[in-house]
Write a protein that binds this ligand. Structure first.
Ligand SMILES: Nc1ncnc2c1ncn2[C@@H]1O[C@H](COP(=O)(O)OP(=O)(O)OP(=O)(O)O)[C@@H](O)[C@H]1O
Ligand SMILES: [Mg+2]
Length: 252
């Protein structure tokens, strides 16, 4: 039965989608059958793996009960990687979901029917702790938190970890924090080095050894609809995500 990973941080632009897409591509490349589920109305993960953001059925149709989960699963041009796409209409689910009974578990129930088809299921969350992210956290076995190497990185992190504890107590006793991953790291700057040191001091066991560097190839690969390991397999960014995938698989 597939392990479900939510890639979550309520802070915007910290590298959630980049991590979801590239981790999914790297575990798929390692031979695991992988499903990437885009639950962000921005649909950046959908576009990042080369799909259009107006596909139907999408995760919106699944969450609203209009389509079975299986019908929304698409193959991608990457071996072993399937995708449930998002569309901008998913923004409506933020309002509509709470009108359903037990709305926090809608995604979990939707994924239960297909999770034995995959080994890894990776959820790309939106930048909020709203109903979509809560559904992801209620469905997940593990959370991976991308942390951007910048001045405000640690602000909000303690709050996020408290929220994860709350979700664990009230919605999903299985939830564990798989790890925190530093993203957009530039070891030449003192700021990046300070953020890394502080993060490792505060959360010694949680921070992955692998650090994702700021890398031009990572930034440009979504415009080609490709994960970085397919855009430029030998760049530093691709190697970092392959290393992260190994760590994640080892913690599974
Ligand atoms: N390691 C990196 N090197 C260079 N650019 C990066 C890197 N990681 C992410 N980016 C770029 O930074 C921007 C934000 O990244 P991303 O979209 O992954 O963040 P996010 O947390 O998903 O954002 P949102 O909160 O809006 O969903 C994107 O333009 C992405 O291409
Ligand atoms: Mg995103």
């Amino acid at each position: 039965m597939g392990r479900i990973y939510a890639i979550a941080n309520q802070k915007g632009g910290v590298g959630k989608t980049t991590t979801a897409v590239n981790l999914a591509a790297a575990v798929a490349e390692a031979g695991y059958s992988t499903l990437l589920v885009d639950i962000d109305p921005q649909a950046n993960a959908t576009v990042g793996v080369g799909l259009e953001k107006d596909l139907s059925p999408s995760i919106y149709d699944v969450l609203s009960g209009a389509a079975p989960t299986l019908a929304a699963i698409r193959s991608s041009r990457i071996n072993n990687l399937s995708v449930i796409p998002a569309t901008p209409a998913l923004a409506g689910a933020g309002v509509e979901l709470p009108q359903q009974a037990d709305f926090q578990h809608v995604l979990k129930e939707a994924l239960d029917s297909i999770r034995d088809r995959f080994e890894f299921i990776i959820l790309d969350c939106p930048p909020s702790l709203g109903p979509l992210t809560v559904n992801a956290l209620a469905a997940a076995d593990e959370v991976i938190v991308p942390v951007q190497s910048e001045y405000y990185a640690l602000e909000g992190l303690a709050g996020l970890l408290e929220t994860l504890e709350l979700v664990k107590r009230q919605l999903n006793p299985n939830l564990t924090v798989c790890g925190l991953v530093l993203t957009m790291h530039d070891p030449r700057t003192r700021l990046s080095r300070d953020v890394e040191r502080e993060l490792r001091t505060h959360f010694p066991r949680l921070v992955f050894d692998t650090v994702i560097p700021r890398n031009v190839r990572i930034g440009e690969s979504p415009s080609h609809g490709l994960p970085v390991i397919h855009h430029d397999p030998h760049c530093a960014g691709a190697e970092a995500y392959v290393a992260l995938a190994r760590e994640v698989a080892a913690r599974a």
